[in-house]
Design a protein around this ligand. Structure first.
Ligand code: BES
Ligand code: ZN
Ligand code: ZN
Length: 478
């Protein structure tokens, strides 16, 4: 990582850069280095997102406003981190005073973690494919403070940002580069480096395991499919087990129900769920909470080769249920069906799947909210809570029994599409068919937030790594 963060007990030497995060209220007693009339003459009011530079007694100073004290939150501090690092590009070392508002005082660890996440994530650039990438400059952030709690906050921010930025890299790699085989290989290396165990099924093994959903979607492709299983086991034997499932369509052309050129142009992002599962497990393995976590990642692309699945074909999913495929572009649910069947047999305490599943969810919620559906109120509540803490916004949508009959098929157990309306919900209802009723299950449709058409918050254009922070927070508090 080009930025290193550490704790610093005292203010820096005078030639260094010193940054203050400050609320509107704190301006009544501004840092001693600032002269009150300087702030006034520059119209600095501590509004959220305001930033001011000053030179005083050889100090280079920066003030970053975060608005009113009573509204300070992890998310505001995260955005302050983004603002600071983007606002000042050319420094080698900076010391940051996280502030003395009540949030920063009472939850200093969380405040530092959020601020650093913003700094690390806001800095990200994807330049693996540039012929002459800019050399990253090594920079240091010194956080004013001390203690084991703050040390932990720093390393947690580092692990989470590593997970998110890895997921972003995976999403940003083109479909022609990151094939299922390459995804599986890269994921295995990273997982093993971080102490996880890995099992990879190749095409033959997937056939033997009777994963008819993956095989059906893969039929139109010259690329081999893969099924990756990652396991994080805590040192102490844990009584809890979470299974994560991620949609890994490395490119979605739509199959014979082909997409439009515009619709297809960002479809390298269709493995965003798989990337989030990998990224969150990498971060989890580093943070080492006392919960067992399994990641299941079905991988294929969705192409239109001569033997591609035809609309009307019937597939047999791993759990024995048959599916009439009436639209080959509704492929994510087919590969998830196999993975959810495997997950259901694991008798876990929770199953959570993440998928860039439907354009309908994007229409409903836009690019900053994931659709959240599921069968267990407690799990839904925990995910909502994790969303609040991490800034990864989720919105609870229903799984209405009234719409289930839309999936009835004349010739198979179910069909893979519903009517024209409520596409996110009928997709959720389809997935529910493949989850054991005994296991709490939640589904996150991340079609909107997985890929940014324009920069927002801490995200540049492209892969966002959405879901990593949400899952890590959920796992840690499970
Ligand atoms: N991968 C797409 C969903 C998607 C759309 C993700 C936009 C990200 C951005 C998915 O496989 C798909 O094509 N879904 C269809 C389902 C339909 C045929 C029932 C859709 O949403 O149009
Ligand atoms: Zn599709
Ligand atoms: Zn898709």
């Amino acid at each position: 990582m080009p930025i290193e963060a550490k704790l610093s007990a005292k203010k820096p030497a005078r030639t260094d850069l010193l940054a203050y995060i400050i609320t509107k209220e704190e301006l009544d007693r501004p840092p001693s280095e600032f002269e009150a009339n300087y702030l006034e003459s520059h119209d600095f009011k501590g509004e959220e997102g305001q930033i001011l530079f000053a030179q005083h007694n050889n100090y280079s100073l920066v003030l970053i406003g975060i608005g009113e004290e009573s509204f300070v939150s992890a998310e505001k501090l995260r955005q302050a981190g983004v603002k600071l690092l983007r606002g000042i590009k050319n420094f080698k070392s900076i010391t940051v005073d996280i502030g003395s508002c009540s949030y920063a005082n009472e939850q200093k660890g969380q405040a530092v973690q959020a601020f650093l996440e913003g700094a690390f994530l806001g800095e990200y650039e994807f330049n693996l494919l540039k012929s002459k990438p800019e050399k990253p400059v090594k920079r240091t952030i010194n956080i004013l403070g001390s203690g084991a709690n703050l040390k932990k906050a720093i390393s947690r921010a580092e692990s989470i940002s590593f997970g998110v930025n890895t997921a972003r890299d995976f999403v940003n790699l083109p479909g022609g580069d990151l094939t299922p085989v390459v995804f599986a290989r890269k994921a295995s290396v990273l997982a093993k480096e971080n102490g996880m165990s890995v099992k990879v099924l190749d095409g033959l093994a997937i056939k033997k395991a009777k994963m008819g959903g993956i095989l059906g979607v893969n039929r139109g492709s010259t690329q081999q499919p893969r099924f990756v299983q990652l396991t994080y086991k805590p040192q102490k034997s844990s009584t809890k087990h979470i299974v994560l499932v991620g949609k890994g369509v490395t490119f979605d052309a739509g199959g014979l129900s082909i997409k439009t050129a515009v619709g297809m142009s960002t479809m390298k992002c269709d493995m965003g769920g798989a990337a989030a599962v990998l990224g969150s497990m990498l971060a989890t393995a580093q943070i080492a909470p006392n919960v067992k976590v399994t990641g299941l990642i079905p991988l294929t692309d969705n192409m239109l080769g001569g033997d591609a699945t035809r609309p009307g074909d019937v597939l047999r999913i791993k759990n024995g249920k048959t599916v009439e495929v009436l639209n080959t572009d509704a492929e994510g649910r087919l590969i998830l069906a196999d993975a959810l069947s495997v997950a259901s047999d694991m008798k876990a305490d929770a199953i959570i799947d993440l998928a860039t599943l439907t354009g309908a969810c994007m229409v409903a919620l836009g690019s900053q909210y994931a659709g959240l559906m599921g069968t267990d109120e407690t799990l839904i509540e925990s995910l909502k809570q994790a969303g609040k803490q991490t800034g990864e916004r989720v919105w609870h949508l229903p799984l209405p029994d009234e719409y289930r009959s839309q999936l009835d098929s004349n010739i198979a157990d179910v069909k893979n599409i519903g009517s024209n309306w409520a596409g996110a919900l009928t997709a959720g209802l389809f997935l529910k068919e493949f989850v054991s009723e005994e296991v709490p299950w939640a589904h996150l449709d991340i079609a909107g937030p997985a890929f940014a058409d324009a920069p927002w918050g801490e995200h540049p254009k492209g892969g966002t790594g959405f879901g990593v922070r949400l899952l890590v927070d959920l796992i840690e508090n499970f």
